[in-house]
Design a protein around this ligand. Structure first.
Ligand SMILES: Cc1cc2nc3c(=O)[nH]c(=O)nc-3n(C[C@H](O)[C@H](O)[C@H](O)COP(=O)(O)OP(=O)(O)OC[C@H]3O[C@@H](n4cnc5c(N)ncnc54)[C@H](O)[C@@H]3O)c2cc1C
Length: 393
């Protein structure tokens, strides 16, 4: 039998973003329901590489990323330990972005003004200096930028730790509840209907359903043109610890880190694989091509891994926007509706501050970060609600 369930806030999607929002809101005393179409943490939040990359993040995301590094991640690291005994393994390790050519090195330097604006600490080093610090880097790396603010957290522990703590603060999670329709009441978002026929009413509705957000938002005539793309991460057998920093290639051909017990956890981009970004909704990719491609990228930088075995791998979906930058806003024209999606493969690193900012928006508090350039209508030729030419950022 269908039911009507009411709360102050309804969150759609139980990934790191939805769970972080639920956690901060429930902790502040609001009643929160969370809908998950499969099981809690089913999405990319429990399947990612765990990196918090700052360098070459979409520029409009830098403010919220810094909010995360300076305030939210360290606070969460302490609080979840106290509240539910979960160590999310957040640490600021610093990170190298590696260049294979002088051209790539030049490109890395174009980020300097953006980093300076946000007080991010960047240092540029040549290949010799890099190999002095980490001798395992091959001669193929001609230089790197080092960003002191980069770091990592454990994706599984973070997503499920937030879930446990949110539940302890009273949030209710409903598994196997796929949201299929947002209903407006007097122009405001107030109700969500699920595939099971249940109805959830709330004053505030947060859509944090990764690629599932597109279809759901279509029901209120909002279309964010992101595709969804399958990506893969692989884990090697442990090798003696040789680096603590995260490492990313300047072209995105590889990204990853070495865990405390020595395994390398790496993912790959497209440089070594025949991937395409074709497809309106779903990008055409084959996971069978990704591991060989990623392993090849990794071998170029760390040839000593030649005989190291890959022991497991997994895949997950990205929700990728045309400018690889997220959409985060309270939709002015639809009161009560908030969106947090389109994280384009680097949302885990900002999941905690995004959850905090969503809670600030809902509670009408001053925002901890400047999110003014994360509006979804940047992709549209005109204002979707009034038809007027939109103001370009
Ligand atoms: C292989 C891989 C590696 C990555 N590596 C990194 C990295 O190193 N660093 C980084 O910052 N990011 C990384 N990412 C990206 C990162 O994982 C995501 O950007 C982030 O986890 C997004 O969190 P989310 O909560 O928005 O989405 P998700 O975790 O996908 O959560 C969304 C949830 O919504 C649910 N849902 C969907 N539709 C509906 C619906 N209609 N009704 C109810 N529920 C619904 C889904 O089942 C899902 O559980 C990686 C991603 C992948 C796939």
């Amino acid at each position: 039998m269908s039911e009507v369930r009411k709360s102050d806030v309804l969150v759609v999607g139980s990934g790191s973003v939805g769970n972080a929002a639920a956690y901060f809101l429930a902790k502040a005393g609001l009643s929160v329901n969370v809908l998950e179409k499969e099981t809690v943490g089913n999405g990319s939040s429990t399947r990612n590489g765990g990196l918090n990359k700052m360098n070459f993040r979409g520029v409009p995301e830098l403010s919220i990323a810094m909010y995360g590094v300076e305030d939210i991640w360290p606070m969460l690291q302490e609080d979840l330990q106290k509240e539910v005994g979960v160590d999310i393994e957040y640490e600021t390790t610093g990170g190298y972005r590696c260049a294979a050519t002088d051209e790539e090195m030049k490109k890395l330097k174009t980020f300097i003004p953006h980093a300076e604006k946000e007080n991010m600490h960047l240092e540029f080093i040549d290949g010799m200096e890099l190999r002095k610090r980490i001798p395992q880097f091959s001669e193929k790396v001609v230089g790197a930028s080092y960003c002191a603010e980069e770091g990592r957290a454990n994706p599984l522990k973070t997503t499920l730790g937030l879930y446990s703590a949110a539940r302890d603060f009273g949030a209710k999670f409903y598994d196997n509840e796929k949201a299929i329709q947002i209903d407006l009441v007097k122009g405001a978002a107030r109700r969500v209907v699920t595939e099971q026929g249940n109805v959830y009413e709330a004053d505030h509705i947060i859509v944090a359903a990764c690629y599932g957000s597109r279809e759901l938002l279509n029901t209120v005539d909002i279309d964010i043109p992101f595709t969804h793309a399958l990506c893969e991460v692989f884990v090697t057998e442990p090798v003696p610890i040789f680096m603590k920093e995260i490492v990313i290639s300047s072209t995105g051909a590889y990204y990853g880190h070495q865990t405390a017990h020595g395994s390398l956890v790496f993912g790959a981009g497209s440089k070594f694989g025949p991937f395409s970004r074709e497809g309106t909704y779903v990008e055409k990719r084959l996971t069978s091509q990704m591991i060989p491609s990623g392993a090849k990228g990794l071998m170029e930088v760390f040839p000593f891994l030649e005989k190291t075995k890959i022991i497991r791998s997994w895949s997950g979906w990205h929700d990728r926007t045309p400018d690889d930058t997220t959409c985060l806003e309270a939709i002015e024209e639809v009161p009560g509706l908030y969106i947090a999606c389109g994280f384009s493969g680097h949302g885990f690193g900002i999941a905690a501050p995004v959850g905090k900012v969503l809670s600030e928006m809902v509670m009408g508090e001053p925002l901890g970060a400047d999110i003014s350039q994360l509006r979804f209508d940047r992709f549209l030729p005109m204002d979707p609600f009034t038809g007027a030419d939109r103001v370009k950022y």
